[in-house]
Write a protein that binds this ligand. Structure first.
Ligand SMILES: *Cc1c(COP(=O)(O)O)cnc(C)c1O
Length: 355
């Protein structure tokens, strides 16, 4: 037995969340986003659990190679396209689909004289990747000889804010730039899948919601009928009573206001827990909600055991997941659930099963 830190992946929850996407966007196909090692859940495992998706999306060729090496034959889309001309042969050889968002990428494919499915990306207001709307006719002409089929996409900057006016503005620009052109279209990430049905179009691109996390600010996953896929667990490896006035951990960032029991959890920032989680960040000890106290260390963190006075060495701890929404932990530690999930892949051991 090694350290008790575990990321427990719930296959039921994963399938349930994908089914939720289907219910919310019944006439769209689903491009399941499994970049960043499937948001920290393990890319091969999640490709298997999301086998009902129509296609997968990843952010880099090495992620696509892992899928193909594991025998995944379904369409795989590179969301950022090639980073370098040296990737083009592998993209063609592995039968991948690519986003094209810049003229350099068009040049990389043109010289090969082979066709592949292309998603042309337009910048309708996020101002990260994509061609300007005015360039549409020129870009379409430039990819015409190798883009088969040619599809179109854009990405929202503020889909996490229900009703944000920029969502309609971006959608309007996208529709205006494409006009009557033939070709499938995709706009919606999780936030828009949940909150803007008018944007669903031919393909939706869910990421976060597939993992059971709310994509909307201020709306709980449970209220959207999403179930957390990852539950992060560990155990108490020490239970002690400290006296009023004694400080805990590096920097003594928490001072006991009274005599109190304090627990040490085998989980730390080396496992992906946010180092800057403040005292007050929620955590469950034996299912009872309490708080992190003091500064998180590399392999350990300290917790307030006053709400669980009979807690003992070896008791189970939940850092987030079933029983404790990751959204609550993210908010208390001034970050977003996406970041917390992606960081977990560093070290925790994974298991599959009901949490
Ligand atoms: C990451 C990503 C998504 C998924 O976004 P979520 O908010 O996690 O649903 C969709 N589309 C693109 C282009 C992305 O990069």
């Amino acid at each position: 037995m090694t350290r008790p830190a575990r990321a427990i992946i719930d296959p039921h929850a994963a399938r349930h969340n994908l089914a939720r996407v289907r219910t919310l966007a019944p006439t769209s196909r689903v491009l399941a986003v499994i970049k960043a090692d499937a948001y920290g859940h393990g890319v091969l495992r999640m490709a298997r659990l999301f086998a009902d998706a129509d296609a997968y999306a990843v952010a880099s060729l090495d992620e696509a190679v892992r899928l193909r090496d594991a025998g995944v034959s379904r369409p795989v889309v590179l969301l950022e396209g090639p980073f370098d001309a040296s990737e083009v042969d592998a993209i063609l050889g592995l039968g991948l689909e690519t986003v094209i968002h810049t003229a350099e990428q068009i040049a990389m494919f043109r010289v090969r004289g082979r066709s592949l499915p292309v998603w042309l990306k337009f910048d309708t207001g996020m101002h990260r990747l994509g061609f300007a709307p005015e360039a549409c006719a020129e870009v379409v002409a430039a990819v015409a000889e190798f883009a088969r089929p040619l599809r179109y996409m854009t990405h929202f900057a503020n889909a996490h804010r229900r009703g944000d006016p920029s969502i309609a503005t971006q959608q309007g620009r996208f529709e205006a730039l494409l006009g009557e052109r033939a070709g499938e279209r995709s706009l919606a990430n999780s936030g828009a899948i949940v909150a803007r049905p008018a944007s669903h179009a031919d393909w939706v691109r869910p990421g976060l919601m597939l993992y059971g996390v709310s994509p909307l600010d201020d709306e709980a996953a449970a209220d959207l009928d999403l179930a957390p896929v990852m539950t992060l667990r560990s155990r108490l490896i020490s239970v002690r009573r400290l006296r009023a006035g004694e400080s805990v951990g590096y920097g003594g960032a928490f001072t006991c206001p009274e005599d109190m029991p304090v627990g040490v959890v085998a989980y730390g920032y080396a496992d992906g827990y946010p180092r800057h989680a403040r005292t007050g960040t929620p955590i469950l000890v034996r299912g009872v909600r309490t708080q992190v106290i003091g500064n998180c260390s590399m392999d350990m963190m300290t917790v307030d055991l006053r709400p669980v006075p009979d807690a003992r060495f070896g008791d189970p701890v939940t850092l987030w997941g079933a029983g404790l929404p990751i959204e609550d932990v993210a908010q208390a530690s001034a970050t977003i659930p996406y970041e917390l999930l992606c960081r977990v892949r560093m070290r925790a051991h994974y298991e599959e099963g009901r949490p």
